[in-house]
Design a protein around this ligand. Structure first.
Ligand SMILES: [Zn+2]
Length: 297
């Protein structure tokens, strides 16, 4: 035990010594090719992680009008006609393969069942289907019971209902496969099960179109969301019941590419560096990272 501790301490001292070498010493080390290569590899992995984590901080930024911890699925937005949802890097929320109720109209409810029910027992671990950020952790006595809503960078929001216990907090970043709650029988539920919903901008999509619980797999690498509204509007131009979309100013954003400076971005987007700084609360000296999102109007 003691010797382990000692070794650890020695390691820390070596690392410190390395980083506090004078500049000339660092140059010397950089010229040693194998070490230099190794450092580069570490650098690029760290950078990739950073870009990934940033997407988790603001998942599907630009797609959703806001971030709130209240409304499970109310979005006053114009749906895109088509949107490609990346289903890779998923994790099945539960290893259970028993579907107890499908998505669709339920006579006993007199309304749509907007999720998929999967048999789980009280206390079974429920996992995040994708990496993302927890938007809602709440309790609905007559509905979802204890439930969780997570927003993912691929544009989806997943909802997990009837839990017996929450294991995450609102605004917490989670990774695919991370335990988020325990299975239960809370809310409007008869018999313990997981009520699982997949939504895109508030629109429920049958989870079975993306997740195959029996095969414990996704149905493909991608799922194409198509808004039926856009189809209906092109087929029926005379419809008067459809409310007109409310015109409102939209924030335009630029995703920073490697090597781009503020002045390059300003030129590309027809604005000025000082306007960019003001809009984004940054200064001319701020170091931009690839993948970073900047508002430009
Ligand atoms: Zn259900």
């Amino acid at each position: 035990m003691f010797s382990n501790f000692k070794r650890l301490k020695t390691g820390a001292v070596v690392a410190l010594a390395f980083f506090s070498l004078p500049v000339a010493g660092q140059d010397l080390l950089a010229r040693q090719a194998p070490l230099d290569k190794k450092m580069r590899a570490v650098d690029s992995v760290a950078l990739q992680r950073l870009v990934g984590e940033e997407q988790l901080e603001n998942p599907a930024f630009g797609l959703y009008p806001d971030w709130n911890n209240q409304y499970a699925h109310h979005y006053d937005v114009e749906l895109p006609e088509e949107y490609k949802i990346d289903l890779r890097h998923f994790c099945m929320p539960t290893p259970s393969t028993r579907i107890t109720s499908n998505y669709g109209y339920r006579a006993s409810f007199g309304r749509q069942h907007k999720g998929l029910d999967i048999k789980v027992y009280i206390g079974d671990t429920i996992r995040a289907a994708f990496s993302g950020k927890v938007r809602i952790v709440n309790y609905e006595r007559r509905g979802y019971g204890k439930y969780i809503v997570i927003r993912h960078p691929n544009g989806l929001e997943t909802i997990y209902g009837h839990l017996s216990k929450h294991l995450v907090k609102e605004n917490q970043i989670v990774h695919a496969g991370e335990p988020i709650g325990l299975g239960g029988n809370t809310g409007r539920s008869t018999g313990s099960h997981l009520h699982f919903e997949t939504r895109f901008l508030g629109q429920a999509i049958n989870p079975a179109e993306m997740f195959d619980f029996v095969a414990q797999d996704v149905t493909g690498d991608y799922y194409i969301f198509r808004s039926h509204k856009s189809k209906a509007s092109s087929a029926d131009k005379s419809s008067t019941t459809r409310p007109k979309p409310v015109a409102r100013p939209r924030t335009k954003v630029h995703r920073v590419k490697a090597g781009e400076s503020l002045s390059v971005i300003a030129a590309k987007r027809g604005t000025t560096v000082s306007k960019l700084c003001k809009l984004n609360g940054i200064t001319r000296k701020t170091i931009l990272r690839p993948g970073q999102i900047l508002k430009y109007s």
